[in-house]
Structures are given as structure tokens and as C-alpha cells.
Design a protein. Structure first.
Length: 258
């Protein structure tokens, strides 16, 4: 591939990872749609975030000030053993969908869909694996990239500057931190419900909302910017997730291509 160096920045859709860190700037909508394809994991998708008996106990966060609710929500979400993040974002007429599962802070797997392109991203420790469809690889490196990488996993690391846009989407804590920081100040809103779970809402200056569970752990359940075209859900907390490494025979090392 002498004329096509593989760089994440060459794929316009891959910059969607950055959109997640400023999700509230472009808007995130309510949680009715379930259309994103599930990422590979050992546990099936839950139809809702309905609490188990152990999580049905009120946690009292709705009585706190907005800043303290947000602090506890971020801490609880970051401490979850596993979770699923699913959403859709629209920016400048482009539509992005994502569906990721996380096991702690060091493992993640899921799929980005960017118009007609799709790429599966898996992170295990510092290692990143990308498995794109042919449309995705063509957008990065033309026909030569398709010939080399069709059906394969491109391996790189979180330290590779060519793929720095991908790293944030593999860490739900980082995404949440950037999303709430982009809004600035928050105040308490009216009570809400997400997937049958009662929530307290935090409202940003432009109407953005964070829904925080008021029963069980004060998990973030939904980021809602008020635009039906966009949303990010946090669900399936603490459900078992298995994230294995791809088979060695499917891996192409990105360092060997430079």
C-alpha cells in the first residue's frame, strides 16, 4: 500500500468519536429508539433499565444540590463493573450510531455506524482493534486498503497518534466527563423516568439534560440534549460482558504498514 498510509483522520466518519465528547453541543435526544445494533458481548441487550429488587432502594440523590448529584452520578458510573452505551448523533446532516459495551475501564467493544460505513472497535488494555466494512476501509485507503483489510482486524494502540480520536469512545467515564464539561453549569430539573427507573434530571443552560437514577446506584441513564435526532443512553449496568481478543490470524499490525 505505498500510496495509502492508514490514518484514522482520513476517515471523516471516524471523527464521530470526537462528537461524543461534545455531545451536548450538537444535542442528544430522548431514549425511545432502540435501533442501534448491539456490540458483541456475552450478555444480550436488556429491553429496559428496569431495576432489580436489590436496586429498587431509593438513594436520595434527588435531595442534593445539582453539583453533588452530578459528582455522585459520575463516580457511580465510573465505578460500574460493566455497562452499555448506545446512541445516535447527528451533525451537519451526517448521522452516526454507536453501541458499545464496557468491562471496567480497560475493556470495550462495539460498533460505530457512519452513514453507509461501519467499524467495530475493540479495546483490551492499551491495544485497539478495528474491523471495518469495505466502505469504511475504502474511505481510509482506497481499494488497496480494502484488499488488505477486508474481513481483518487492524491492530494499533491507544498511544498511536494516528488513532487518538478513537481512544475516548472506549472509556465511558471520559466521554461523560467531556459531555458534562462542555455544558458548564447545571441545575436540578423535574423528576423523570428512563426505562422504568425514576430519575432526577440535571438541566444545562441550553436545555440539555442528564437523567440520574434515584433508586439503587445513582447511575447516569440518559444524556438528553433536547433534539430527537440525537441521544446517548447508559444501560445494562453490571451485566456480565466478555471481551476476547480477535483471533491472531485475522490481525494486521498497523505499525507494520507505516
Amino acid at each position: 500500500m505505498p500510496h495509502h498510509r492508514l490514518r484514522a483522520g482520513r476517515a471523516p466518519g471516524l471523527s464521530a468519536a470526537l462528537l461524543l465528547t461534545v455531545a451536548f453541543a450538537v444535542g442528544c435526544g430522548p431514549a425511545e429508539d432502540k435501533g442501534a445494533a448491539p456490540a458483541k458481548a456475552s450478555a444480550p441487550a436488556s429491553p429496559s433499565a428496569a431495576p432489580t429488587p436489590a436496586s429498587a432502594i431509593p438513594n436520595g440523590v434527588e435531595k442534593l444540590k445539582a453539583a453533588e448529584i452530578l459528582r455522585r452520578a459520575r463516580k457511580a458510573t465510573a465505578s460500574a463493573k460493566s455497562l452499555r452505551m448506545r446512541g445516535r448523533i447527528q451533525e451537519d446532516g451526517e448521522k452516526y450510531r454507536l453501541d458499545f459495551r464496557f468491562a471496567g475501564k480497560a475493556k470495550a467493544t462495539g460498533t460505530f455506524k457512519m452513514g453507509a460505513q461501519s467499524v467495530q472497535i475493540t479495546r483490551i488494555g492499551k491495544d485497539l482493534y478495528l474491523k471495518g466494512d469495505d466502505a469504511f476501509w475504502k474511505s481510509i485507503g482506497g481499494k488497496a486498503a480494502v484488499q488488505l483489510l477486508s474481513g481483518k482486524q487492524l491492530k494499533t494502540t491507544t498511544k498511536n497518534p494516528d488513532f487518538k480520536d478513537i481512544d475516548p469512545v472506549t472509556d465511558p467515564s471520559a466521554l461523560l466527563a467531556e459531555a458534562v464539561k462542555s455544558v458548564g453549569s447545571w441545575k436540578k430539573g423535574v423528576p423523570g423516568t428512563v426505562g422504568g427507573v425514576p430519575t432526577v434530571t440535571l438541566v444545562g443552560s441550553s436545555g440539555e439534560k442528564v437523567h440520574v437514577a434515584t433508586r439503587g446506584e445513582p447511575y447516569v441513564l440518559l444524556l438528553d440534549g433536547g433534539d430527537p435526532a440525537d441521544k446517548i443512553e447508559y444501560l445494562d449496568y453490571d451485566e456480565p460482558v466478555d471481551i476476547p481478543r480477535p483471533p491472531a490470524k485475522t490481525i494486521v499490525d498497523a505499525d507494520a504498514l507505516n
